[in-house]
Design a protein around this ligand. Structure first.
Ligand SMILES: [Zn+2]
Length: 197
């Protein structure tokens, strides 16, 4: 396959992704990682296919202030990516924890996110009660992604309209509205003759 078409297919796969499916086992392992590394932020990668997470890989946090930020160890990151590709998985998510905070991405998380097509999973560990959410972070802005924790495959998501489809639908609606007006005008009875004397 040509390289750029492979890339395109990769992007297409994620264009549709507005949710992330984790088995309870994988969700538990992410939470356990966070509690083990407490009070440091724990971080790692999620491998899978489409919206389905199949594995997680812990990555060492090499931040100088690991209580407040995370920086993934480069070598471990690359090793995890190799392991994913050996299993025909792609990088579909990046998780990290907030030992003292909630499960929302911080300003730094949004500013420094480098992978617009993966799910950013944020685990809040306030009071050591793991709470989890997932986000798509693009151009410094975070949009929530549905996170589904289930043993069995969730029902397919309703189709998400692409921007081009939304544009086409709006154009079609405008045209049909104009058509209705034109039709209504043409159906008006002819203007009555102005009586003259
Ligand atoms: Zn964070």
């Amino acid at each position: 396959m040509h390289n750029s078409s492979k890339h395109l297919k990769f992007l297409k796969q994620f264009e549709m992704m507005r949710r992330l499916w984790l088995t309870p086992e994988l969700a538990k392992r992410i939470a356990e990682h966070g509690l083990e590394d407490y009070p440091h932020e724990a971080c790692g990668l999620i491998g899978g296919v489409g919206e389905q997470a199949r594995s997680i890989a812990r990555v060492k946090n090499i931040s100088e202030k690991p209580e407040h930020t995370f920086v993934m160890d480069g070598a471990e990151f690359i090793n995890a990516m190799f392991d994913f590709s050996k299993r025909d998985e792609a990088l579909i998510g990046i998780y990290h924890t907030h030992p003292y905070g909630d499960h929302l991405p911080s300003q730094v998380d949004m500013r420094e996110a480098q992978y617009p097509d993966v799910a950013y999973v944020v685990v809040g560990l306030k009071n050591r009660q793991p709470r989890v959410s997932a986000w798509e972070i693009r151009n410094g802005l975070a949009e929530p992604i549905d996170i589904i924790i289930s043993e069995t495959e969730p029902a397919p998501a309703p189709p998400v309209m692409s921007r081009a489809q939304v544009r086409a639908t709006v154009i079609a609606l405008v045209f049909s509205f104009i058509f209705v007006i034109v039709l209504a005008l043409s159906l008006l009875p002819p203007a009555p003759p102005i009586p003259t004397r």
